[in-house]
Design a protein around this ligand. Structure first.
Ligand code: GYE
Length: 351
């Protein structure tokens, strides 16, 4: 990269003159000298999806606390309010400002080719975080780190299968509240459910997006309950939708929980989500970890040191349930433990 080469050359020249000054020929102090100089602050433009959920808030916090001035960064944070066009504008602004790195948490998978080509032409590396992108040319981004959303969906469904069998549930009639359509988290979790429904003969009685928000989750659940009186499971694609769905179910005079009318399933395992799992309002919550700041930083540090980075890195995640009816689930021949939630686990939770 042009800019980086110049910075490196300058740093090398500085090191060389310092080395001459103190009679030291060591050339490996380059990174030390660049760290101490404030002009070597790394500028990062981060295009965040929005602030639609508790998960997202935790994710923004993680990025902000990692890429702080204290840690040697200048973070330009842009909240796109769940709109791709705002993300595209933000990326163009980052290019204009000649940032060192662009970090993108994309709202949906498609539609990034043009703007990422512009970033590539400007020699600015792009790191994708959280959801994935679907581009024709993989060289348009340097690295991605996030969750295996399909796996999350598969684990949740294997849990439901085992739980329904253990409880002798005859029919499984599912209300499916999806995330933002076209987002990897929606695509993967939906794929997991649809495949399991087909395999196990479950009925998906209603399916609609709740846009990952509590308000929409509540609204969608209200209307689903009006149209179907046989719902006994709600598969919410995140905790905030689950909170809204629970409110709607209770407002309709029905009950949630192991002994109630409806089992509510969710993803994210935020503090509030796990608190609802402890009471059984959410029967099973599959983890999706939002603390990506340090993971993105590790990628950037490697790139700064000229090292190779993994093109894709998946985060390991757990599962929590109200009780221990199901102790583990198997997906693709691998066992995943299901932990019975406790207050102690919630107290230790960072988000
Ligand atoms: O599950 C949801 C958020 O993309 C994994 O987005 C993320 C999802 C998360 O709004 O709460």
């Amino acid at each position: 990269m042009k800019r980086k080469v110049i910075t490196a050359l300058l740093a090398a020249t500085m090191v060389a003159s310092l080395a001459v000054g103190c009679g030291n020929k060591g050339g490996d102090s380059k990174s030390d000298s660049s760290k101490s100089s404030s002009s070597d602050e790394i500028t990062i433009g981060f295009s965040q999806v929005g602030a639609e959920s508790d998960w997202r808030t935790a994710n923004s916090e993680s990025m902000k606390s990692t890429f702080s001035e204290k840690n040697g960064y200048k973070l330009i944070f842009d909240d796109a309010q769940q709109k791709q066009e705002n993300q595209i504008t933000a990326i163009r602004n980052f290019i204009q400002q000649d940032v060192d790195y662009i970090v993108l948490a994309p709202v949906t998978e498609t539609g990034w080719d043009t703007v990422l080509k512009e970033a590539k032409d400007a020699d600015i590396p792009v790191i994708i975080v959280d959801r994935m992108i679907d581009v024709s040319d993989d060289s348009l981004y340097t690295a991605w780190v996030g969750s295996n959303f399909k796996m999350e969906g598969q684990k949740a469904c294997e849990w439901l299968k085992a739980y329904a069998d253990a409880k002798g549930m005859k029919d499984v009639n599912i209300a499916h509240i999806q995330g933002t359509i076209g987002a990897s988290a929606q695509i993967g979790r939906t794929e997991g459910l649809e495949a399991a429904a087909k395999e196990y003969g479950w009925n998906i009685v209603a399916q609609q997006t709740g846009e990952f928000t509590q308000a929409k989750g509540q609204e969608v659940m209200e209307s689903m309950l009006k149209q179907h009186d046989n719902i006994n499971v709600v598969y919410c694609e995140n905790d905030n939708e689950a909170f809204g769905a629970i409110d709607a179910i209770e407002a309709a005079g029905k009950t949630v929980g192991p002994d109630g009318d409806i089992l509510v399933m969710s993803f994210d395992t935020t503090n509030a989500g796990l608190t609802d799992t402890l009471s059984g309002k959410i029967i099973c919550d599959t983890e999706c970890n939002p603390l990506h700041g340090p993971r993105v930083e590790e990628i950037i540090k490697k790139l700064e040191d000229g090292k190779d980075v993994d093109k894709k890195a998946y985060v390991e995640e757990e599962m929590f349930a109200y009780d221990d009816t199901v102790k583990s689930v198997k997906v693709d021949d691998k066992d995943y433990a299901v932990t019975k939630i406790t207050q102690e686990i919630i107290d230790k939770r960072a988000y």
